[in-house]
Design a protein around this ligand. Structure first.
Ligand SMILES: [Zn+2]
Length: 350
């Protein structure tokens, strides 16, 4: 596997050890609902705690300005907390220590933070943590659906590769990102490793945590390592998520819409759709729209208006730009998903 990934440590009671070695005084960046659980571990050396909230760049910079002076930053939580911690560490040039509390996204392993500039997500900043501490007990205590849903960050390589080959075959690769078989093969091997451990990931056992975390460790850093190239790791999958978020104006558990995008994108390409759907079902990420609190009408609208969306959003070229899915295609998507998961009965699949 390509080098340049973040130093990552697996173990137990890792939060409890932080105060013994993190530079003092330190800032803790976390979520308000997590703090009661971790507060006792910071009874010595704490400069202050900041609860991650708005990711708007002006709000993040206000926090950087207003928080007390500190010698290091500790991020504890999911994507928003670790990205806010990155931002503060970058702005203030402080050492950073990161503790992901679930496997829901790969943000903890990436250099840049996802911040909002005038309402649009931009990946900005640069922070390499001293270490990422994966506490097995902390991760296991997160809901299983949240942990499993992190497979989306790896399953999306399948559609990313299809889109990149599609662009290559039409002479439409961006000049800065010519098709690179080496990157495709490298990331495919990571995807295959995850596909070989779906039952462990479903159960969130120690093997499952290590496999998915190591895969996300690769995926978080490869954007940088490939020269800020996302072509081998992202395509229609995330585009569908961005479009749903834009249309529905509500937050999602990242893995649900992204895995839906993996299935829809594979079906548009007519390559590996059944296998990816079976993997999504087996690992236990419910991609029925109702399980995300949206409707089939929302999904149909977004699938059918993707060509306009990806152009407006300036996303890289792929099948989303060309395909004009009709009602029959949407019906096929629905039939496939309901065959795999069953028709919606009011309960998210456990
Ligand atoms: Zn993602």
């Amino acid at each position: 596997m390509a080098g340049g990934t973040f130093h990552t440590v697996y173990g137990r009671n890792l939060v409890g050890e932080l105060k013994a070695f993190v530079h003092r005084p330190h800032l803790v960046v976390t979520m308000e609902e997590l703090w009661p659980r971790f507060r006792e571990a910071f009874d010595d050396g704490l400069a202050g705690v900041h609860f991650a909230g708005s990711m708007a760049i002006e709000d993040l910079d206000a926090a950087c300005r207003d928080l007390p002076a500190a010698a290091a930053v500790v991020g504890i939580g999911g994507g928003r907390a670790v990205d806010t911690a990155k931002w503060i560490a970058w702005r203030r040039r402080l050492p950073l220590f990161q503790v992901p509390t679930s496997m829901s996204v790969n943000a903890v392993f990436g250099h840049r933070a996802g911040v909002r500039v005038a309402g649009d997500v931009r990946y900005l900043g640069y922070a390499v943590p001293e270490a990422v501490y994966v506490d097995l007990d902390v991760v296991r205590s997160a809901p299983k659906l949240i942990n499993r849903s992190g497979v989306c960050e790896i399953f999306c390589y399948h559609t990313g590769h299809l889109d990149w080959a599609y662009a290559r075959d039409r002479g439409r690769c961006e000049p800065k990102w010519p098709y690179d078989q080496r990157l495709v093969d490298e990331s495919r091997a990571v995807l295959d490793g995850v596909l070989a451990h779906l039952d462990h990931i479903r159960e969130v056992d120690e093997t499952g945590i290590r496999v998915l975390m190591e895969a996300n460790r690769y995926g978080g850093a490869t954007y940088h390592n490939a020269g800020w190239n996302p072509r081998h790791i992202e395509g229609y999958d995330h585009f569908l998520f961005y479009a749903l978020e834009h249309h529905c104006r509500r937050p999602f558990l990242h893995g649900q819409p992204v895995c839906l995008g993996v299935y829809v994108g594979s079906l548009l390409h007519r390559q590996g759709a059944e296998a990816m759907l079976a993997a999504i079902r087996r690992v236990g990420v419910d991609i029925r729209p109702e399980a995300m609190g949206i409707t089939w009408d929302d999904v149909a609208h977004v699938i059918k208006t993707m060509p306009e969306f990806v152009r407006r959003a300036g996303l890289w070229y792929g099948i989303a730009h060309d395909a004009r899915p009709d009602d029959a295609f949407v019906a096929e998507v629905r039939a496939g998903i309901e065959a795999a998961f069953g028709p919606w009965d009011g309960r998210v699949l456990e």
